[in-house]
Design a protein around this ligand. Structure first.
Ligand SMILES: [Zn+2]
Length: 263
């Protein structure tokens, strides 16, 4: 009897710790209960894109990444062979962060840099919206130790010019600090982007993607299977960075969401 209780508790604990927190605001996650886990996983779309569906406490739940530019209001997901399900999005005001960069080309890129940025945006969109079959691994760890120096969602002003909100979280760490995969998955992309510098993208399955930027070194290649904690590379300051730090992003249905919701 006692043994069974302990086993039950252990299973419950492992499961309960591996599901993101809901926060239905721009840049957050709406969690929509769908059907009992005894049925097969429903296929769900939001704004024309597949949505991550994962099991939690015996139920299939849709994890909708809410776009940054979403207004407060009521939205709906489409369920294949089912009715649309509504969910509401609340307003959230993110704080402003002012950053000074010595390289003004990172703020007002020249023609050649602008062309590169446009090309890279197309590649990044492909990577963010990748939807692989199978179950998502939602059991996340922090990819590096260190202070949080740039919170997700901050409105950023570079050299006095407003730019896109912060699409991830920044972790301050010395150059060369190992960067670990937040969960198991497969390396989707490695490369060098104008703003992000050296990057690694990891596909955690079923539309859950993580990205690690500004690396000084990349230690994996596309197609590598990684476990949680495996080293992807090292902290650096490549791309648009004022100093060594790890920029970590997480995407659901192609939308950047607050990584801390997974921790
Ligand atoms: Zn960042």
């Amino acid at each position: 009897m006692k043994k069974w209780l302990l086993l039950g508790f252990a299973l419950y604990s492992a499961h309960a710790g591996a599901f993101p927190r809901a926060n239905p605001v721009p840049g957050g996650i709406a969690e929509i209960p769908l059907a009992p886990q005894s049925a097969s996983a429903p296929i769900v779309q939001y704004a024309g894109r597949r949505v991550t569906v994962a099991a939690n406490n015996g139920q299939w739940v849709a994890l909708v990444g809410i776009p940054f530019d979403a207004q407060a209001g009521t939205y709906s997901v489409q369920v294949r062979n089912g009715k649309p399900i509504e969910f509401s999005v609340q307003d959230k005001q993110y704080r402003t962060q002012r950053i000074t960069l010595s390289d003004n080309n990172m703020v007002e890129p020249d023609e050649e840099s602008s062309a590169r940025i446009v090309r890279e945006l197309a590649v990044q969109k492909q990577l963010k919206t990748r939807f692989s079959a199978g179950e998502a691994d939602l059991n996340f760890i922090r990819p590096a130790p260190g202070a949080d120096t740039g919170r997700f969602g901050m409105r950023r002003i570079f050299n006095g010019q407003p730019r896109n909100p912060h699409s991830g979280m920044d972790i301050a760490a010395a150059a060369g600090t190992p960067v670990k995969s937040t969960a198991s998955g497969r390396v989707l992309h490695t490369g060098d982007f104008f703003f992000s510098g050296n990057v690694v993208y990891v596909d955690h399955g079923a539309g859950v993607i993580s990205m690690y930027a500004h690396l000084s070194k990349i230690s994996v290649k596309v197609g590598d299977v990684v476990q949680q904690g495996d080293i992807l590379g090292e902290v650096g300051s490549t791309g648009r960075a004022t100093g060594p730090h790890l920029h970590w992003s997480v995407y659901l249905n192609g939308e950047a969401v607050d990584p801390t919701l997974f921790l």
